[in-house]
Design a protein around this ligand. Sequence first.
Ligand SMILES: [Zn+2]
Length: 411
Amino acid sequence: MHMTQLPLRAQLASALGRSAATLSRMTGRGDGSVIGGRVGLMLEPDLLRQLARDRKLALVSATNGKTTTTRLITSALLELGEVATNVFGANMPAGHVSALSQHKRAPYGVLEVDEKYLPEVLDTTGAGVVCLMNLSRDQMDRAAEIWLLAQKWRRALSGKPTHVIANCDDPLVTWGASTAAKVTWVAGGQRWKEDSWCCPECGGPLDRKDADWACRECTFHRPEPQWAVDDDAAIDPQGQRWLLDIQLPGQANRSNAVMALAVADAFGLPVEQALPRLREVTSVAGRYTTVERDGRHARLLLAKNPAGWLEAFDVADPQFPIILSVNAQGPDGRDTSWLWDVDYRILRGRPVFVTGQRRLDMALRLDVADVPFTLCGTFSEALAMQPPGRVDVIANYTAFQDIRTEFGRAV
Ligand SMILES: [Zn+2]
């Protein structure tokens, strides 16, 4: 693909941003992807638009699974050529600038986008493909806010030529995507249904029968999917079954993989070429990775919100003990009341260990759910209490990053 030369000011902004990122990495202030992008945008506010021009871009947004799905799509598109991506999950415009300026000549880009920033990033980049997977309450958002978010998606997609790949098992995502000129519907499943009992169009009750759903009071209903996830297989638009056999665990990741196959298909990449690339992904920024200390093999699972906990429970193996770590710093949300939205009774009968800065909030929640547990001062202490062998760890955002750092930024 022919890439036009960036204007001089944008070239300079992009280069200075990269230097700032390198400096930030060298001085141990993180991976530098945000600071580099911020410097670039300060010098040239139009930088993201200029860096995005002439590339084939996919934007990936959802409450859960966007980092993993971004990684899966990137892995698949590498089959076509160089791909720019925000591998560190810096999912706002500064992170996108950084990702695109680090791969200046990449003809493809796969960008994870924060749900709230999707309209802005879509307007700025003019991305040809958008992948939308699920919308549910986050630690800070409630139902009314995610409805507003879906409404903003509708406005942003309306009147653009963007090809949307969307999960039609999530009514709010379906509503958010349905103003797009072209939509490929994927039956990706929906584990967390608490935020979608009402019709987003009219507020009436949604009737559900198996995977199907429809509004009782208006015409809004589940569109016919072209792609589907069926246990460990993907079903393509021709009805052909493909055994996924990916290494990432759990039903949520099988759903992410089918979304990735549908996105790859939108880029003209057939399943037989994309699928082997998805199987190469074993962990994503520390998620699903196993770290080892003194014979204890701890598998790290991230759960940032109620829907994320359900996905983590699906992956966690009931025959092993489990460590839960909860913080309440900025990115986690200071308020831990969302823990009360999660049903923890599934953990009964397993050895449960609780740590993190807000371990007492977690302890109270478990106590009310009649789940016996052991309280531990630190993660190291919790790990040391385990017999040698496997243990699952579920942590929310900053708690997860703390554990990763303890193990040398485990990938
Ligand atoms: Zn309705």
